[in-house]
Design a protein around this ligand. Structure first.
Ligand code: SF4
Length: 327
């Protein structure tokens, strides 16, 4: 068992979205975007959250930050249950938890200067701060993310994608948060810029002691930045382990299939590598299969998998998996 301190503890988190159809807009079904997710994020670590698009990883991040109200479950941040906070208490807690968004083109208001964008959290939460102190803080933040303080009066359209994401990072750091959810922070950037932004996030983590939940569909990037990795499929966590353990010994058939699709740099290993091709599509989260939700695509499924849902259990110290056959 690890002795690291959990800064964020997620337990049984669910987020269902009602679907309304028909003339009277009656609720017909619920989309189970996040369906009973539990994990810890340890202090000063990066937990990677991976899975195919639509598996519920971004909804998990948004629900942890209370951008969505959870349907069920708890999220403790430093001992306080975020899921039960309301009003001013929730607003105050938001200072300590921030988000870096996926699309630096859409997440910055084009009508505001860089100074206004980065200082916006300070104006909201640090109302006692003078204008000059705010300006000084913004210049410090710009330097911290590798931008010139002279950019303070420029507008987002004057910057490249990578620079815009740096502005988004500066804004996220304005209130000295402890925990940041990075939601596909590099997905919209050119490949040549992606490594720069990820390196910046790593340096900032080192320097400021930050804790990250790093959401991505890109297994190579998650491997590069994460300490531990959680794999999601159809609204549920199917495996969690230290990065090295997960890549060397994936125990869940879905993780095995995902990893088999990642190219290996060594050409000899690459030639020997066999890719596991999964059959069929991911089922709809409005109508997930009974039993194990991976049973429609799993090459190893047995009778039990269609009637009994596998629990996420600790298969070896620090290595959790949700599969009846994994041991
Ligand atoms: Fe496959 Fe069954 Fe394991 Fe689910 S529980 S991953 S269907 S073997």
């Amino acid at each position: 068992m690890t002795t690291k301190r959990a800064l964020v503890e997620v337990r049984g988190l669910k987020k269902y979205f009602p679907v309304h159809r028909g003339m009277f807009r009656r609720q017909t079904v619920q989309v189970k975007a996040v369906d009973g997710v539990s994990f810890d994020v340890f202090e000063k670590e990066t937990l990677g959250l991976v899975g195919e698009s639509g598996c519920g990883k971004s909804t998990t991040g948004n629900t942890i930050l209370r951008l969505h109200t959870p349907t069920a479950g708890t999220v403790h941040f430093d001992g306080t249950d975020l899921a039960s906070l309301q009003g001013e208490k929730l607003r105050q807690m938001r200072q300590h938890i921030q988000m870096i968004f996926q699309n630096p083109y859409a997440s910055l208001n084009p009508r505001l200067t860089v100074g206004q964008i980065v200082s916006e959290p300070l104006r909201t939460f640090k109302t006692e701060m003078s204008k000059s102190a705010r300006e000084e803080k913004v210049q410090e933040l710009l330097k911290l993310v590798g931008l010139s303080p002279a950019f303070i009066n420029r507008y987002p359209h004057e910057f490249s994608g990578g620079q815009r994401q740096r502005i988004g990072v500066a804004r996220a750091l304005a209130l000295d948060p402890a925990f940041i959810v990075c939601d596909e922070p590099i997905a919209a950037l050119d490949v040549s810029i992606q490594a720069q932004v990820v390196n910046l996030l790593r340096e900032l983590q080192e320097q400021l002691g930050l804790t990250y939940l790093f959401i991505s569909h890109d297994l190579s990037m998650v491997r590069f930045i994460s300490d531990r990795i959680a794999v999601m499929y159809l609204g549920k966590i199917v495996e969690i382990a230290e990065k090295k353990t997960l890549y060397q010994n994936p125990l869940h058939p879905y993780t095995q299939a995902l990893l088999s699709a990642v190219p290996v740099a060594n050409p000899k290993v690459e030639r020997r590598r066999e890719q596991i091709i999964l059959k069929g599509d991911v089922p709809s989260p409005a109508n997930p299969p009974t039993g194990c939700n991976f049973n429609t695509r799993c090459p190893l499924a047995v009778e039990r998998c269609f009637v009994e849902e596998p629990e996420l259990r600790e298969l070896e110290p620090g290595h959790w998996g949700a599969c009846h056959l994994a041991e």
